[in-house]
Ligand binder design. Structure first.
Ligand code: V47
Ligand code: SF4
Length: 374
C-alpha cells in the first residue's frame, strides 16, 4: 500500500484518528491513548490499512515461516488456568500423559535427516520434571542434533523449575543455555494486568516474574517471543497495558523476535461460558499490535489456532509470519476447539497458502535468518 493511498484514507477520518495516521506515516511512536483510540474508534478498514502499510514498509510482501516440530513433555500441570483445555491437574494425573526421556529423544530421532530446523518444547508444569531433568534433555538433544535450534519452556515452566531448584532467573537461564537451550517461546504471558490475571490464572507466575525471566534470557544473549491471550474478560486498556510492558522491556533489551496474539478458544475449559471474539476483532488485534509495538520486528499469526483462511487474511492486517510447518504433535489448541484439529501443513501447502494471497513465502530459521525464498 502506497503512502499516497494511506494519506487519502487518513483525510476521511475523525481528527483524533487522523493524528494517529500521521504519526504512523512519520514513524512516530503511538501513545497508550492512541492505541486505545484505535481499538475504540478505528474502523477495521482504517486500522488494517495503517498496519498493512507498516508491514509492507518493513517486510514488503515477505511472509516468514519455519520448519519445526513440537515436543510436549506432559499435560499434567500443577496450575489451574481457567482457560486451559489442555492440562490435567496433578491430582488427576492418571488422565494425563507424561513422556519419558527416551520417548522425547525418540521424537527428536524421528526428524533425523529431515529439513526441520527447530524443536519447540512446551507443556504442563509437572512437579517431577525439574531443572536438572530438563538440562539433561537439552544436552541429549544438543549432542544428537547440534544443528537443531532448541526453543523451549515458557516463563511459567521456567519460573517453577528455578524456584524449585532455588536458583535465580539469571542462574537458571545460564544452566539451561549451557545445556543447549537457544531461545524461549512466548507462552504464559496471558494478560499481565493483575485485575484479569487473578481471575484467569491466579496461581502461576505474575507479570513481573514473566518479564524478569525474559529479561534474563535476553541478557544471556538469547531471544524470545511474547504472546497475549485476548478475547475473554479483558478490555482494551488491559491489552494496551500488556503491550506497553512488552514494549518497555523490548526498549531495554531488544531481545524479542515476535509478538503472537493468541485468540481465546472456549471449548472444554472453565471459561466455556465466555463467547469467542469475531474474526474482525481478531484482525484488529493483529493490526493494533503491529502499530503499537513499533520495536517488535515481527507479528505472528499462529495458524493452527486461527485456521488457514484466517491466517491468510491476517497477512493483510500487519502479520508477516505464520509460524511453522509443524506436525500433528501439538494438542494445546485442538483441545480448546481450534480450527485445526490435527495441525500439520507441508512446506508446499504453506508456500501455496502464502502465495494465494499475493505474498512471498520465505523460509526462516528461528532467528529470522533467511533460509530459502520461494
Ligand atoms: O500461554 C492456552 C495459550 C499458550 C488456550 O513462542 C490458549 O513461537 C487460546 O505460547 N485458547 C501456549 N489460547 C502456546 C504458546 C505458543 C504457541 C505457538 C508458538 C509460540 C512461540 C508460543 O497457549 C498459553 C496460552 O496463552 N492457550 N489455552 C485457549 N483455550
Ligand atoms: Fe498449566 Fe499452561 Fe494449562 Fe496453565 S495454560 S494450566 S500453566 S498447561
Amino acid at each position: 500500500m502506497s503512502k499516497a493511498s494511506v494519506e487519502a484514507l487518513i483525510q476521511y477520518q475523525p481528527q483524533s484518528l487522523q493524528q494517529i495516521g500521521h504519526k504512523v506515516l512519520n514513524e512516530t511512536r503511538l501513545s497508550d491513548k492512541d492505541g486505545l483510540a484505535l481499538f475504540e474508534q478505528g474502523s477495521l478498514a482504517y486500522v488494517g490499512a495503517l498496519a498493512n502499510y507498516v508491514r509492507e514498509n518493513r517486510h514488503g510482501d515477505k511472509t516468514y515461516f519455519n520448519r519445526n516440530f513440537h515436543i510436549e513433555p506432559t499435560n499434567v500441570c500443577v496450575f489451574t488456568c481457567q482457560f486451559c483445555s489442555y492440562s490435567r491437574l496433578y491430582a488427576h494425573r492418571e488422565e494425563g500423559w507424561e513422556l519419558s526421556m527416551d520417548d522425547m529423544m525418540n521424537i527428536v530421532k524421528k526428524y533425523d535427516n529431515r529439513p526441520e530446523t527447530e524443536v519447540h518444547i512446551v507443556g504442563g508444569v509437572h512437579p517431577k520434571m525439574n531443572l536438572s531433568y530438563f538440562a539433561e534433555l537439552l544436552s541429549k538433544i544438543r549432542q544428537h542434533r547440534p544443528d537443531l535450534h532448541i526453543k523451549g519452556f515458557t516463563a511459567v515452566e521456567l519460573d517453577y523449575m528455578f524456584r524449585k531448584a532455588k536458583v535465580s532467573a539469571d542462574e537458571g537461564v545460564q544452566i539451561l543455555h549451557e545445556a543447549g537451550l537457544d531461545s524461549i517461546p512466548g507462552g504464559g504471558a496471558e494478560i499481565f494486568h493483575p485485575e484479569i490475571r487473578k481471575q484467569i490464572c491466579e496461581d502461576k507466575v505474575d507479570a513481573e516474574g514473566w518479564l524478569r525471566i525474559h529479561e534474563a534470557v535476553h541478557n544471556a544473549g538469547m531471544h524470545s517471543n511474547a504472546t497475549m491471550l485476548f478475547g475473554h474478560i479483558e478490555n482494551y486498556s488491559h491489552r494496551i497495558d500488556h503491550m506497553r510492558q512488552l514494549r518497555e522491556l523490548q526498549d531495554k533489551t531488544g531481545g524479542f523476535n515476535t509478538f503472537i496474539p493468541l485468540k481465546f478458544r472456549n471449548k472444554g475449559n472453565d471459561m466455556s461460558h465466555v463467547a469467542e471474539t469475531s474474526v474482525a476483532e481478531d484482525l484488529k488485534v493483529y493490526a493494533v499490535a503491529r502499530l503499537y509495538l513499533d520495536n517488535f520486528p515481527h507479528i505472528k499469526a499462529y495458524w493452527p489456532m486461527l485456521g488457514r483462511k484466517n491466517a491468510q487474511l491476517s497477512l493483510a492486517f500487519g502479520v508477516d509470519d505464520i509460524d511453522g510447518t509443524i506436525d500433528d504433535s501439538t494438542k494445546i489448541y485442538s483441545m480448546a476447539g481450534a480450527e485445526e484439529q490435527s495441525p500439520a501443513m507441508s512446506t508446499e501447502e504453506i508456500v501455496m497458502l502464502i502465495k494465494q494471497v499475493g505474498r512471498e513465502p520465505v523460509e526462516r530459521d528461528t532467528l529470522y535468518n533467511v533460509l530459502q525464498e520461494y
